[in-house]
Design a binder for this molecule. Structure first.
Ligand SMILES: Cc1cc2nc3c(=O)[nH]c(=O)nc-3n(C[C@H](O)[C@H](O)[C@H](O)COP(=O)(O)OP(=O)(O)OC[C@H]3O[C@@H](n4cnc5c(N)ncnc54)[C@H](O)[C@@H]3O)c2cc1C
Length: 471
């Protein structure tokens, strides 16, 4: 039996990016699903294409870890810049998150007048810019030397940000903007939920800046669906989709991976499964207990997919913030992404829409079949009605197809009911799992290990992992 240099379990953002950087090695990628890309895949149902979760691409800009990876892998992208990153609709107000600072500020001043808006948003923008300019960010916890290296890297961050690093987000909001209205607070928190999976309640100023500043970057729509990026990243890589890895056995200095179709040997294994789902792959008690010590982050997504019979050019992204919570959701907002009318694949039969909101994972897995159906219907109907109220030019009759997915759906297709990494809060700063494990040749990648979710966060983690693999 051949021994691979690297076996990668999963073709999500993390698995595919690290595979693309190791093409010169003997690499094999396993993917359980038919489609590549995990939470960022594009799938076909009822003759139409839909993005399963991720719809925005941020970080494709000079000197950004993501662009470095895509350039190295020679990824051919068909991107369209979204001039308005997100249009936020809240209680009759419209706020466009645009890259141009002055334009954005004039909208914020109109929606939420505050004499310190400029200072607040300028600090947010500057901290974010400083962070993405940092070099040598490193995070690992498997040995004394890795801790020392991490602390050195943190000291670089400390020297750059000084005591701002330890300021709480809520404290900073209060010190700068004073007591703000519930509406303004909701506006801030709803955006943080998208980027960080948490609100300003328990994060640091630095996380607040990273979470709020993404629309100050170029934000891209991916023609042909987000999933098309994975075909590019994995070109020339041996990829086995529809082949789930069922178990991994550590045999001295190699790993034996078992699937229903066969057995494979590899010197190194990178798991793109979540940190919470990794223990079940092993029998080795030490490895099992390593993974079991990470407490489950009970957060997931509720998604609705629709095809609407329209050929109108709408924006790519909207966020709707309501006054009250959505049934069975963790928030009062939802994110709407629409395909471009000139995207021949995604909009072939009408506009393809993905709507998502936050929900608990365990809530859905604990329901019996009938109750599951009933609760799913309640959430879906509520969001669709609210969507129709917010888009005057779309009527119920325009909806050709609609269906929804919960944490259970994510579990069925991509083995995860948790969606989104654990937010880096002041309390969890040193509890975030690192990509390197205490076991020689065994690594993790993706949004449940450092540095977190989405293209920018996972790309940063992939850079650290690449360094680890190079020794
Ligand atoms: C609704 C939603 C909207 C989002 N929107 C955005 C956005 O607009 N922009 C953005 O940047 N990010 C967004 N995110 C976050 C982003 O999608 C995720 O952080 C990212 O896709 C996770 O990537 P990952 O590398 O952790 O892998 P995953 O996406 O978790 O993929 C892991 C892969 O591994 C496979 N796998 C698992 N176990 C096995 C096994 N045993 N054998 C074989 N294969 C296995 C799975 O099938 C899966 O394909 C969104 C997330 C959600 C849920």
């Amino acid at each position: 039996m051949k021994t691979y240099d690297l076996a990668i379990v999963g073709s999500g953002m993390g698995g595919s990016m690290i595979a693309s950087l190791n093409k010169q090695k003997d690499v094999i990628v396993f993917e359980k699903d038919t489609n590549l890309g995990g939470c960022a895949s594009t799938f076909k149902r009822f003759g139409n294409y839909y993005n399963s979760g991720a719809t925005t691409l941020v970080g494709y800009e000079e000197n950004h870890p993501l662009k470095k990876i895509f350039d190295k892998a020679n990824v051919n992208l068909d991107l369209k810049k979204s001039d308005i990153a997100i249009r936020i609709l809240q209680n009759g107000k419209t706020i466009d998150r645009v890259k141009d600072f002055e334009k954005f500020l004039s909208q914020i001043d109109k929606a939420y007048p505050n004499k310190n808006n400029r200072v607040f948003w300028q600090i947010i923008k500057q901290l974010d810019e400083k962070f993405w300019k940092l070099k040598n960010v490193y995070y690992s916890k498997y040995s004394l030397s890795s801790y020392i290296k991490t602390i050195k890297s943190v000291s670089e961050i400390f020297l750059t940000f000084k005591f701002d690093l330890f300021k709480t987000a809520r404290g900073f909001i209060k010190d700068t903007l004073g007591d703000i209205s519930k509406e303004y607070q909701d506006f801030i928190d709803s955006q943080l939920l998208i980027t960080l999976q948490t609100t300003s309640k328990d994060i640091s100023l630095l996380s607040l800046a990273l979470g709020l500043a993404y629309p100050f970057h170029d934000v891209f729509y991916v023609n042909g669906g987000m999933g098309s990026i994975f075909d590019e990243l994995l070109k020339e890589v041996e990829t086995h989709n529809k082949e789930e890895v069922k178990s991994i056995i550590k045999q001295n200095d190699i790993y034996l991976l078992k699937t229903r179709k066969g057995e494979y040997k590899a010197k190194n294994v990178i798991l793109n499964s979540t940190i919470y789902d990794s223990s079940k792959l092993f029998e080795d008690e030490k490895i099992k207990s390593y993974y079991n010590k990470f407490s489950f982050n009970d957060q997931s997504a509720f998604v609705i997919h629709m095809t609407i019979n329209k050929k109108e050019n709408l924006l790519h992204h909207y966020q709707i913030i309501l006054e009250n919570e959505i049934p069975n959701a963790l928030s009062n907002s939802y994110f709407v992404s629409l395909s471009s009318i000139d995207d021949n694949k995604m909009s072939e039969n009408g506009i393809s829409i993905t709507i998502s909101t936050h929900t608990k994972a365990r809530f859905w897995s604990n329901l019996n079949k009938d109750e599951y159906k009933r609760q799913k219907f309640i959430t879906e109907e509520f969001i669709i009605n609210s969507f129709l109220e917010n888009f005057d030019n779309i009527s119920k009759e325009d909806i050709q197809i609609s269906f929804s997915g919960t944490a259970k759906t994510f579990n069925r297709f991509i083995n995860r009911d948790n969606c989104g990494g654990k937010a880096i809060t002041l309390n969890t700063l040193l509890q975030i799992p690192s990509c390197r494990t205490p076991f020689e040749g065994l690594y993790n990648v993706g949004d449940t290990v450092f540095a977190g979710q989405g293209w920018p966060g996972i790309a940063l983690g992939v850079h650290v992992l690449k360094e680890e693999l190079n020794g």
